[in-house]
Design a protein around this ligand. Structure first.
Ligand code: SF4
Length: 271
């Protein structure tokens, strides 16, 4: 294997990590690799640690409540609003979630925003509390070695009546057409995982965006089942991933996405 196109010295274990990354891939890893290979290298090969961002912390705390809420529906003992509130505040304070470099006053403000998002979602009943899910937070995989590809792995947030539902928190209202395109790697990967594990085609997918506005809102984007063309695109993207890793092609891809990149200082030193 050629060395990566990066001036940062190799750490012990880097080769093992590269080997592991070629054996399995998730939608988020694939998406990051295709967005910027150098960012992928910093995060997944060198494993450079960075503080958690406020928006990530809000997202993971909101996600913890939705997970608990769906699991409670699974055992047919729906959570009360008070229980959901407790889950949110426990998740917020969980030290395992890592520390966030808050600005003065920022944490209380973000915490209130996060809880208001959850409250809005539950109040608007986008998924009826009494309807039992097909699956909640299920880790699944698809062996694609017959295609010469890594094993695909992932965790489905929720499957309800053969519809794959994925939760997202965001700061602005998603544009319906653009969000379908922007999330295609993830939605195609989830559809493939669902089909490999159930032997059935999904009835469709839904993106549930919880939007952090002054007045929080929920935007639902329904999607049809994955098309054959989307499935082929996913295979070609995975081939590019495997090829890139095998050849150590970790070059930067500067663009608008750099504004939120935590590895900006390291990237500026790359040559
Ligand atoms: S700053 Fe931009 S180009 Fe550099 S690693 Fe981050 S995303 Fe990639």
């Amino acid at each position: 294997m050629s060395p990566p196109a990066c001036s940062i010295p190799k750490e012990p274990g880097e080769k093992d990590r590269l080997d592991d990354l070629q054996r399995t891939v998730s939608a988020s890893r694939l998406g990051l690799f295709l967005q910027c290979r150098l960012k992928f290298y910093f995060r997944h090969v060198l494993r450079l640690k960075k503080p958690k961002t406020p928006s990530l912390h809000v997202g993971s705390s909101v996600h913890a409540v939705l997970k608990a809420w769906n699991k409670a529906r699974w055992v047919e003992q729906p959570l009360t609003l008070k229980q959901a509130h407790d889950v949110f505040f426990d998740a917020w304070a969980d030290p395992a979630e890592g520390s966030v470099p808050w600005e003065p006053g920022e944490e209380e403000c973000e915490k209130t925003t996060g809880w208001r998002l959850v409250e809005t979602y539950l109040r608007e009943s986008h998924v009826p509390a009494e309807e039992k899910p097909d699956a909640v937070e299920v880790p699944i995989e698809a062996d694609l070695h017959q295609h010469g590809l890594p094993k695909l792995i992932g965790v489905l947030d929720l499957v309800q009546q053969q519809q794959i539902i994925d939760y997202k928190t965001c700061a602005t209202t998603p544009h319906a057409e653009k969000i379908v395109h922007a999330t295609e790697i993830q939605t195609s990967a989830y559809a493939l995982l669902y089909r490999h594990n159930t032997g059935q085609q999904e009835k469709g997918m839904q993106l549930h965006h919880l939007v952090k506005l002054k007045n929080p809102k929920v935007v639902l984007t329904p999607l049809p089942p994955m098309s054959p063309q989307q499935e082929t695109r996913l295979y070609r993207q995975m081939e590019a991933y495997l090829n890139g890793l095998q050849h150590g092609q970790f070059v930067p891809s500067p663009g608008m996405h750099c504004a939120s990149c935590e590895f900006f200082p390291e990237c500026r030193h790359w040559h």
